[in-house]
Design a protein around this ligand. Structure first.
Ligand code: DAH
Length: 354
């Protein structure tokens, strides 16, 4: 049942969000400072029960996020947390007194996912929960706080939109009602873009009841730290956050948001792999294997470039793009990784190479 590969195990405890001069920590501190009335909780151990990560948050039993192709399982009952919301149903046990009623947390979360410039199987989230006194409009309170946060992070006058829980927008979280998402308009080299930065809502009445807070109301929100940091610091590739290179790390200083300066241009190398699919195959598992065989983070993306059907079989061709972030990309190294991936997709995912 355990499907956590060495490449993931090795990242547990790295604690990027605690390194004072790291962009992820700088963003965390900004958000924490803004919500200075909430208790700050950091829980280092990323293992959590399926019960807290999914069940008690009302995630449906058949929801795709529970699949072993999406989530890292330690054993049948425990996973690497897939979101920091996993502490919401257990706030009573994690901290004493009133702080259980208002808290903000940050930590590393784990998901099997695509390989591209904005996805990495370990990333960071901030999650908050806040009781609002009866009589106060909880929806308005949440929106006011989030509007303030956007201005604080992206500057006064930044344009943003609330997407609401409606049939049209389809914003939905099983643990909130009146759910919403915030989209911020950001400037990128390709022009103005709308970027979804966080999910939020009023905590579901069933969960409030379970927490022994039946007659009270609370809001919650969760955001991805890398997403914010990539825009705020203009960091083009999510792998850079894991860099040990001083040319990267040396650019940042606690409390300051500065634009990242690329330190060189790097050649790229494409390798394709084509095979007939099997029942065992999933794209996420291909990505997990690739990550596992690529300790130096040379792989930039894995994309489907061709698919056809023949004699009842489906053939796919995936392009693996290699690009080094610190300057060296040796052919021999790329060939070695590519060969190892081919071998493992055959032995573990049972595909038939063409
Ligand atoms: N946990 C959600 C995710 O990972 C994000 C989220 C949405 C957190 C709404 C919240 C919330 O606390 O209220 O996608």
């Amino acid at each position: 049942m355990n499907n956590i590969p060495p490449s993931i195990l090795e990242k547990i405890g790295r604690g990027l969000y605690r390194e004072r001069n790291h962009p992820l920590c700088i963003v965390k501190e900004r958000v924490f400072d803004y919500f200075d009335d909430l208790a700050k909780i950091e829980i280092d151990v990323p293992y959590v029960s399926v019960e807290y990560n999914f069940d008690k948050l009302r995630v449906p039993q058949n929801h795709p996020s529970r699949r072993p192709s999406d989530t890292f399982y330690q054993d049948k009952e425990n996973v690497l947390r897939t979101h920091m919301t996993c502490y919401l149903p257990q706030i009573g046990s994690y901290n004493a007194g009133d702080s259980k009623l208002k808290y903000i947390t940050c930590g590393d979360v784990y998901r099997k996912d695509s390989v591209d410039a904005t996805h990495y199987p370990v990333f960071h989230q901030i999650d908050a929960f806040c009781i609002v006194p009866n009589g106060v409009d909880v929806k308005k309170d949440l929106r006011d706080r989030l509007s303030g946060l956007v201005q604080r992070l992206f500057g006064e006058g930044t344009k943003y939109h609330f997407l609401e829980d409606s049939e049209v927008e389809g914003v939905y979280f099983p643990f909130t009602v009146d759910s919403l998402e915030v989209e911020v308009e950001v400037q990128t080299p390709e022009g103005t873009k709308r970027l979804e930065v966080l999910g939020a809502g009023t905590v579901h009445p069933d969960i409030m009841k379970e927490l022994g807070l039946s007659h009270q109301q609370a809001w919650a929100f969760g955001l991805g730290v890398e997403r914010l940091a990539m825009v705020m610091f203009e960091i083009p590739d999510i792998r850079l956050f894991w860099s040990h290179d001083q040319r990267f790390l040396g650019q940042f200083e606690a409390g300051k948001v500065t634009k990242f300066k690329p330190y060189s241009k790097f050649e790229v190398c494409y390798k394709d792999v084509s095979f007939y699919l099997s029942h065992e195959f999933s794209y996420n598992d291909l990505c997990t294997i690739a990550r596992d065989e690529d300790p130096r983070n040379l792989i930039e993306s894995i994309t489907l470039i061709d698919e056809f059907h023949k004699n009842g079989k489906t053939s796919r061709c995936y392009r693996i793009t290699y690009r080094s972030l610190d300057g060296t990309l040796r052919n021999s190294e790329v060939d070695k990784i590519q060969a190892a991936i081919r071998k493992r997709v055959v032995s573990e995912l049972k595909v038939e190479i063409r």
